[in-house]
Design a protein around this ligand. Structure first.
Ligand SMILES: [Zn+2]
Length: 214
């Protein structure tokens, strides 16, 4: 149940994060990460950075509102208790992509897609941050009013890159404080987690059942 709930919780949190960024298209869910994109042709560098930071702040808030519901639900399993410690990080880049459609699935391909993925492995020590690639940051640096820190990293297959990060906690986007979860919300979340976890649990039980002999 703990494993099933951990998966359900991650899925719910990712869903909220994705819903909070309606200007971006979901390209793919990659494990516990979501890969989103939006066209940037002709977009002013400053606007691009401002949009990224605004989206990150909104997604971060949606994540924490949902995380609070998950963490305070009534399920005692480890998958639900550990959800309280989940963190959200952002990596953003602007670059050239090609699209590839296989069956009905649209993929983005190209070196810049690889770069943004490789940037997920970076030396930033903060639990939650927005990391902007140098390409994105340098044309829109003036849009960042919060403290920015620079890092350099050697990315596999890409080479040395510079990037710039902002602590999510510093994002100066006015957000009201998180509302305390109500009992109704807690019961609702518990039910949703248990309900969504059910097929997985039933599947497990069915597999363990011995074959009836006649
Ligand atoms: Zn649980």
């Amino acid at each position: 149940m703990s494993l099933a709930h951990a998966e359900v919780n991650t899925g719910r949190l990712l869903e909220k994060v994705i819903d909070a960024a309606p200007d971006f298209d979901l390209v793919e869910i990659e494990g516990d990460a979501a890969f989103l994109s939006r066209p940037a042709d002709g977009l002013d560098g400053e606007v691009a950075v401002a949009e990224v930071l605004r989206a990150a702040a909104t997604m971060h808030r949606a994540f924490h509102v949902e995380r609070q519901y998950v963490a305070t639900n009534l399920c005692p399993c480890a998958g639900c208790k550990e959800a309280a410690a989940l963190k959200l990080k952002f990596v953003a880049h602007v670059g050239e992509v090609a699209t590839q459609t296989i069956r009905d699935r649209h993929k983005l391909v190209g070196i810049d897609v690889i770069l943004v993925h490789r940037l997920l492995k970076n030396p930033v020590k903060l639990p939650e941050y927005v990391l902007l690639s140098d390409e994105l940051y340098r044309d829109g640096a003036t849009a960042v009013t919060d403290p920015v820190h620079e890092i350099s990293a050697e990315l596999e297959g890409v080479g040395p890159v510079r990037a710039h990060y902002v602590d999510v906690a510093d994002l100066s986007v006015a957000q009201p404080p998180l509302p305390p979860p109500s009992w109704r919300g807690r019961l609702g979340s518990t039910f949703a987690a248990a309900g969504l976890g059910m097929p997985y649990m039933l599947g497990l039980r069915a597999r363990r059942e011995p074959t009836p002999s006649h």
